[in-house]
Design a protein around this ligand. Structure first.
Ligand SMILES: [Mg+2]
Length: 542
């Protein structure tokens, strides 16, 4: 035992204090969006040797842990309850990972509940993927309150981001699971109460010096329950609220018996801005919340993770924010559409009649696509756009659904002439259906753009790339309306009266371009037989 102890001390104290790795990390090479995946994992008494400690494991158990760990695609893993560097290396092999262990001295062993075996040491450690530049700054021994039975924190600084990010790994005192630690006289809560101001002070110092920081690990505390005292304390700074968020704010913990999470990844004000939206996650050891049982768990806690951008995402443009957030946009589109409904009601229309509508920013609101691209500092690309169309998650332009319903009720048909690629028409159709529009192949014909439409520009009567399709529809010659649905041929294979054209782009109107638009005539026609909607995000003006 003594020999092992000396070995542990050697490993603990002789680890280099500063590690600066130079190579590129894999995540930095995967395109325009370099990011780090941070994981917190209480790995449950990870011992160096088989069959030792409170969670005695076999070769096979270590192999399972190692295989699973590989699937997390982690860059930085904050571990709790590890015995030594060697123990960590059994799961995170040292040819792939840099391991940093807390320099907490060994404490006395206790008898494990159940097995009666002597416990192994409980330290926190980081496993950092080789190639990710970082420095070890300190073993945060203050959290141990000079008590040999308590665990140190451990801080590293990730230096590969646009600004360094300080990451603290903690394993707080267990046993104080009440909502207000200060109101309990349990021993564990009294210890916890002493740890809180230390962590709080560290948080406030980082906020004051404007350092990006993350605190992650096993807090042994249900921070995300409403009015949790510890969480309130952390967020309060001299009476002001600081913006700290927990990765688990809207996620259940994984343990079937303890769904309120006690493991958290806390992001400070600056690191919150680096969060890759929607990446807060819990790993169910390769299973799902529905299928995983307690017996399937490789440790009594599941790892949790977030992804952080290395660089603060680009700002979202005014145009996108206006579209998504302003009352004005909704009022303008809704107002224009309702005027168009009134205008339809006043018309004397002979059958068969059609309204020709554009789709994007006319019926479908794609501001979410534009927002995502803005945040990446990237613009439109045909590939990213096609992926967005395939996602079928565009929302409705306010007022459009009501207008479409009114056209249908009045006995009209609608031709949707869109410059989405024709090969994606089914996705466009699905998206429109998902939004509950009353479209059928009889009352609505959707025609995306093909090469033929572009090539036709310049031919007689074809001024813009929608003119060919418009003419075909009006002449009853738009084969695309019934090619795949022969049963609706009679609905479309006839000449139509064009009652209204609706779009957000000047080219959505017959024979019109930015250059040739007749302003006087268009002003008279607006709301009568044409309807021009606002789109500040993109257009043929750009
Ligand atoms: Mg459009």
């Amino acid at each position: 035992m003594k020999k092992i102890l000396i070995q542990i001390l050697f490993l603990a104290f002789c680890y280099p204090l500063s590690i600066l790795a130079q190579a590129q990390s894999p995540n930095q090479n995967d395109g325009a969006d370099p990011k780090y995946r941070l994981v917190a994992w209480n790995i449950e008494h990870l011992a160096e040797n088989n069959g030792e400690g409170c969670m005695a494991r076999s070769d096979q158990d270590y192999e399972k842990l190692r295989n699973f760990a590989g699937t997390m695609n982690a860059d930085v893993v904050a571990l709790q309850e590890v015995e030594s560097v060697k123990a960590v290396a059994r799961v995170f092999p040292e040819n792939e990972w840099e391991i940093v262990l807390s320099d907490r001295p060994s404490s006395g062993s206790y008898e494990c509940r159940g097995s009666g075996r002597p416990s192994t040491q409980q330290r926190v450690a980081f496993a950092v993927k080789k190639g990710i530049p970082f420095e070890k700054i300190e073993g945060f021994k203050e959290l141990a309150l000079n008590n040999p039975g308590l665990r140190y924190g451990l801080v590293i600084r990730l230096t590969g981001a646009s600004e360094p990010i300080e990451v603290m790994n903690v394993h707080m005192k267990s046993g104080c699971f009440v909502n207000d630690y200060s109101a309990s006289d349990r021993d564990a809560c009294e210890t916890f109460e002493q740890q809180v101001p230390i962590l709080d002070e560290w948080v406030e110092s980082k906020v004051k010096e404007e350092t990006a920081f993350v605190i992650l690990g096993d807090f042994n505390h249900r921070i995300t329950t409403p009015d949790n005292r510890f969480w309130e304390d952390l967020k309060d700074m001299n009476g002001n609220q600081i913006s700290i968020q927990s990765s688990m704010e809207s996620i259940r913990g994984c343990h079937p018996r303890y769904p309120a999470p006690i493991d958290h990844i806390l992001l400070g004000p600056k690191s919150s801005k680096l969060l890759v939206e929607g990446t807060q996650d819990v790993f169910y050891f390769g299973m799902t919340p529905e299928t995983m049982t307690e017996d399937d768990m490789l440790s009594d806690h599941c790892p949790i993770s977030v992804d952080l951008w290395l660089n603060e995402p680009y700002p979202v443009s005014t145009a996108v924010r206006w579209t998504q957030n302003s009352a004005e946009y909704k009022l303008i589109t809704e107002g224009l559409y309702s005027k168009a409904v009134e205008s339809l009601a006043e018309k004397n229309i002979c059958d068969p009649w059609v309204v020709i509508m554009d789709v994007d920013e006319t019926i479908l609101d794609n501001s979410e696509y534009n927002r995502r691209r803005d945040k990446l500092g990237l613009g439109y690309t045909p590939e990213s756009w096609a992926n967005w169309v395939r996602e079928e998650s565009a929302t409705l332009v306010p007022g459009s659904a009501d207008f479409i319903s009114n056209v249908m009720l009045a006995g009209g048909q609608i031709a949707l002439i869109t410059n989405r690629d024709r090969t994606l028409d089914q996705h466009t159709w699905n998206n429109l259906k998902k939004l509950g529009l009353p479209i059928t192949r009889v009352n609505t014909c959707l025609i995306g753009r093909s090469k033929e439409d572009i090539d036709a520009v310049g031919e007689k009567g074809i001024v813009n790339d929608k003119d060919l399709r418009r003419q075909n529809v009006l002449n009853g010659e738009a084969l695309s309306c019934w090619n795949e649905f022969p049963e609706v041929k009679s609905a479309w294979n006839k000449k139509f009266i064009l009652v209204m054209q609706v779009g957000d782009n000047i080219k959505d109107f017959a024979k019109t371009t930015q250059e040739n638009v007749d302003f006087k005539a268009f002003l008279k026609r607006q709301g009568v037989d044409i309807l021009i909607l606002p789109n500040a995000m993109y257009g043929s003006w750009d």
